[in-house]
Design a protein around this ligand. Structure first.
Ligand code: ADP
Ligand code: MG
Length: 319
């Protein structure tokens, strides 16, 4: 059975009845299908004005921005929302690989800006979820196209808003690492941000710096995803807990993603984790995060527990 233990004092933390709460789990059979718990038996209510333009950023490289973009995008599409994901990591484009769409990218924004094709020709529609489209800025290993900058990306997003078939519900922008020109360009059209961090000091320092830059740019709606969390290491005090991370960054929490070898497997297969059935734990965590993104919900207190020797990772929230 899955074990759930609060990190905060359960007596002072009134839990509402979340699907992962002990109350809900109490009556479940041993072989519960976690997936059925995740589905809230209703459609999420889309909060905020659409399209919601969300940049996925971190400062540090390799913390999981592209993995987050791929999995959140497809989770949103599976919830019935229309999504365009923009790979703004120009030099190291790999969102197409994670999505298994690399052979379908014939045109990029580079060709659109050159006048060689229309915008809709550069949008790659996913055959699995037709309400998901991918847009790449340029060919892999190429430099930032001449003249491509903040203004061009803002123009692109405006063009997406004005499409004949209507504006998408979400535009997700996969941001490059660092805080230079590529970062400034990627954040320019966004009005919200997902900050991805791992619970280590270097990633946190970069995340803190990036938070300041986002706020300077007028992006005040910043939620964080803590990725690659290992409860065994947290227990052994070899890793910062999610609450520590929350205290350090002071940002609302969108999701906690466990370290999961399935993530690496899915990356190499070009088949996003959230499409796996039965779902992997990290896939479930991404689905939950997508749900909260839609409803503008976030966690106030996180509880993470894992039973020794058994593969279980759950987080839930209260307050
Ligand atoms: N939760 C996770 N568990 C295990 N591996 C992960 C997890 N998240 C990301 N990774 C791996 O980390 C590497 C970097 O992820 P990526 O999304 O490309 O980072 P970024 O876009 O920030 O550079 C990839 O090989 C990916 O499979
Ligand atoms: Mg990346």
């Amino acid at each position: 059975m899955v074990s759930l233990q609060p990190l905060t004092n359960p007596k002072t933390s009134p839990l509402y009845c979340h699907p992962f709460s002990p109350k809900t789990l109490k009556n479940k059979p041993k072989t519960l299908t976690v997936h059925s718990l995740l589905q809230y038996n209703r459609k999420p209510q889309l909060a905020g004005e659409t399209p919601r333009v969300v940049v996925i950023t971190s400062g540090k490289g390799g913390v999981g921005k592209t993995t987050t973009t791929a999995n959140i995008s497809l989770s949103l599409a599976r919830l019935g929302l229309s999504v365009v994901a923009i790979d703004a990591d120009v030099g190291l484009r790999n969102l197409d690989l994670l999505l298994g769409l690399e052979n379908r990218v014939n045109y990029t924004v580079f060709e659109v800006l050159n006048g060689d094709c229309r915008l809709d020709q550069a949008l790659v529609r996913d055959k699995r979820w037709s309400n998901f489209e991918l847009l790449c800025i340029s060919k892999p290993r190429s430099k930032l196209p001449l003249g491509f900058g903040a203004k061009a990306l803002v123009w692109l997003v405006d063009a997406l808003k004005g499409r004949e078939e209507g504006a998408p519900d979400f535009v997700l922008i996969d941001c490059p690492a660092g805080i230079d020109a590529g970062f400034i360009t990627a954040i320019s059209p966004a009005n919200e941000a997902i900050l991805v961090t791992t619970p280590d000091i270097t990633s946190l320092r970069d995340a803190d710096r990036v938070t300041g830059l986002l706020e300077c740019d007028g992006i005040r709606d910043i939620k964080m995803i803590v990725n690659r969390v290992r409860t065994d290491m947290i227990k052994g005090e070899d890793m910062m807990s999610v609450l520590d991370v929350q205290e350090m960054l002071g940002l609302p929490l969108l999701g906690v993603i466990p370290e999961d070898t399935e993530v690496i497997r899915s990356t190499n297969r070009g088949y996003p984790l959230v499409l796996n059935r039965p779902p992997a734990l990290a896939g479930l965590a991404f689905e939950q995060a997508a749900w909260r993104l839609v409803e503008q919900d976030s966690m106030k207190a996180v509880m993470v527990e894992e039973e020794p020797k058994k593969r279980g990772f759950f987080s839930f929230f209260g307050g």
